[in-house]
Design a protein around this ligand. Sequence first.
Ligand SMILES: NC(=O)c1ccc[n+]([C@@H]2O[C@H](COP(=O)([O-])OP(=O)(O)OC[C@H]3O[C@@H](n4cnc5c(N)ncnc54)[C@H](OP(=O)(O)O)[C@@H]3O)[C@@H](O)[C@H]2O)c1
Length: 300
Amino acid sequence: MHILLTGGTGLIGRALCRQWTQQGHQLTVWSRTPQRVAALCGAQVRGIGWLDEVGDQAVDAVINLAGAPIADRPWTRKRKALLWASRITLTEQLLAWLQQRQQKPRVLLSGSAVGWYGDGGERELSEDSPQITDDFGAQLCGAWEETAQRAEAMGIRVVLVRTGLVLAADGGFLARLLPPFRFGLGGPVGDGRQWMPWIHIADQIALIDFLLQQEQASGPYNACAPEPVRNADFARALGRVLHRPALLPAPAFLLRMAFGELAGLLLGGQRALPVRLQEAGFRFRFTDLDLALADLLGRH
Ligand SMILES: NC(=O)c1ccc[n+]([C@@H]2O[C@H](COP(=O)([O-])OP(=O)(O)OC[C@H]3O[C@@H](n4cnc5c(N)ncnc54)[C@H](OP(=O)(O)O)[C@@H]3O)[C@@H](O)[C@H]2O)c1
């Protein structure tokens, strides 16, 4: 298969490239820095700076994951515009390119997040659930999904991956948590009762590959382990695996002062369940958080 990726140089994209190169697929990554693609994604992966560089070559599948990091810095007006443009405008460009191409891919798998639901409180969230709150994260995911969904009108199967918190050894959310936890300075965020829909990176990669191959799969899929935990339980599990206390709470008012609107992302959560993936027959390798963390942090 020839697979075109956006965001292929990111945490999830790099892992996908490793897996698919090993399986013999041909990969092209549309990137802002195409010259870095081979180093980041593998020597056989082609980096392009413009979609037109694909030329007449047939593309079988498109994986759309590009987007500026959500939780890196406060959501100023300028930052929100960048978060929006790097997902929605970029997806619009992708669709415009697909529109003028004679040969269309069979499938577009596009990113989204469990943040699509907003702050779900105690509700269990399946893909049938409505949006619960209308914060910026929910609006961003909503617009991202709606834009990608338009590819259906071109006869392309569209899969939307509502990703939870991806746990990986080499980046992402966990890498940022590790330094304070290793110094014994970790702990729950706010009251620690908010739900965290985590997923091991190996399962994230496996489910993307699974959805790509399931010809009847389309629409939204919650990409998170079947057993979400509360934030305080997550902190305790990480403390256990690292053999460090995890008792120091990060008070809600301090987070609001430091991060403004972005603090809502840390203080809220989603009790999201991967209902459609399990119905489709996908088997998670990691359903237990302690085992997932031990696997990633090398302490069995
Ligand atoms: N990791 C998670 O826990 C998680 C959870 C939920 C949702 N997601 C979403 O899933 C997608 C992939 O996640 P990830 O963790 O692999 O992301 P990542 O490591 O942050 O990589 C995202 C990629 O997006 C591109 N990008 C960054 N800033 C950009 C900008 N200003 N304009 C255009 N492109 C930009 C970059 O590609 P180039 O530098 O090559 O252009 C980058 O490699 C992201 O959109 C993310 O929001 C991730």
